[in-house]
Design a protein around this ligand. Structure first.
Ligand SMILES: [Mn+2]
Length: 327
């Protein structure tokens, strides 16, 4: 792994679609490591236009190219890629919805898969999957400390943003001594922990605030009190002058309900598809997400269900109750 990083001259760094602060921050952190070693990395994600204002506060996000067949067939400066680094991404399928893009990505060798998802399917030629790491950014920091090299201040800020976001400000069960050592080291490199949490965790738009309120007011609790869930419909969003894409922080707010063991938030994508985010305080819920073609972590996972909002809600809740009852 270390040899591959040292040898790379023109690496392509990619991460999953529907970007989040950890996917972007860990990619930017890896880019900073490679740059400190003299390489010229190119960064790409599917639909970089989906990088919202919160994520755009991470320095360097404007560097992401759209991950398209055009980028892969005619790379910037006509310099071919000599290695593909994929970060925070459990399977190739999550990099792009476009089969042609995935085929073109597979033509770049070697593929180096750096991740922290338990559901990672080891699609790389080299796989560095640390499933007890709290964030992909923590795994990147492990590489940095092994290399013993330097990193720019912006790189440190990007990695700190990934750590802070995936741990919800160092609150998740995955947050361990190594996570905090990474945070301390990144703070010493200029990635302060005072300013970044507000930027990536707390700040939300006015529209997202109103939508959060509506979604919380519509919350439902199961009879046994163990599951709390809500639906975010097109209509709910329109009623508060927002779009579903504005939604932010709903699962995290619901999981603070006392005695709730698991939380589910259902988002209407269109008339036949529903996205679900799941959180758990203990029982594994990644298998519930996997049953619907999704994935994630033991205690935080999600899926896109091919069913309308109400039907998807019923299907997932049934599975979720089975999982909580150990069936
Ligand atoms: Mn992550």
């Amino acid at each position: 792994m270390v040899a591959l990083i040292r040898r790379a001259r023109r690496p392509l760094i990619v991460s999953h679609r529907n970007p989040d602060p950890d996917s972007l921050g860990s990619a930017l952190g890896l880019a900073a490591i490679l740059e400190a070693l003299g390489a010229s990395p190119v960064l790409a994600v599917s639909q970089p236009e989906n990088i919202d204002a919160v994520m755009a506060s991470i320095p360097g996000t404007e560097r992401f190219h759209a991950l398209t067949t055009e980028l892969l067939s005619s790379p910037p400066d006509a310099r071919p890629f000599d290695v593909l680094f994929s970060v925070d991404t459990a399977s190739m399928r999550l990099l792009s919805a476009d089969e042609d893009v995935r085929t073109a990505l597979r033509a770049i060798r070697p593929i180096v898969n750096i991740d922290h998802h338990v559901t990672n399917d080891r699609y790389g030629d080299v796989n560095y999957v640390v499933s007890d790491a709290a964030a992909a950014a923590e795994v990147i920091w492990m590489l940095l400390s092994t290399l013993g090299g330097g990193i720019s201040r912006d790189g440190a800020i990007a990695l700190q943003a990934g750590l802070v976001a995936d741990t919800l400000g160092f609150q998740t069960k995955e947050t361990g001594p190594r996570t905090l050592r990474a945070a301390a080291a990144l703070q010493a490199l200029g990635g302060a922990t005072a300013d970044i949490p507000r930027r990536v965790l707390n700040v939300r738009t006015f529209e997202a605030t109103r939508l959060l309120g509506a979604a919380l007011a519509a919350a439902v609790r199961s009879e046994d009190g163990r599951v709390v869930w809500t639906q975010v419909s097109e209509r709910m969003a329109a009623d508060v002058g927002a779009r579903i894409a504005d939604s932010q922080g709903i699962p995290n707010a619901l999981q603070d309900v006392a005695d709730a063991v698991a939380v589910a938030v259902f988002y209407e994508i269109d008339a036949s598809r529903t996205r679900v985010s799941l959180r758990s305080q203990g029982p594994r819920i990644d298998r519930v997400a996997a049953a619907f073609g999704g994935g994630g972590h033991a205690l935080a996972a999600g899926a896109t269900v091919d069913a309308p909002l109400d039907i998807a809600t019923e299907q997932v809740l049934t599975r979720l109750h089975e999982a909580l009852n150990g069936r």
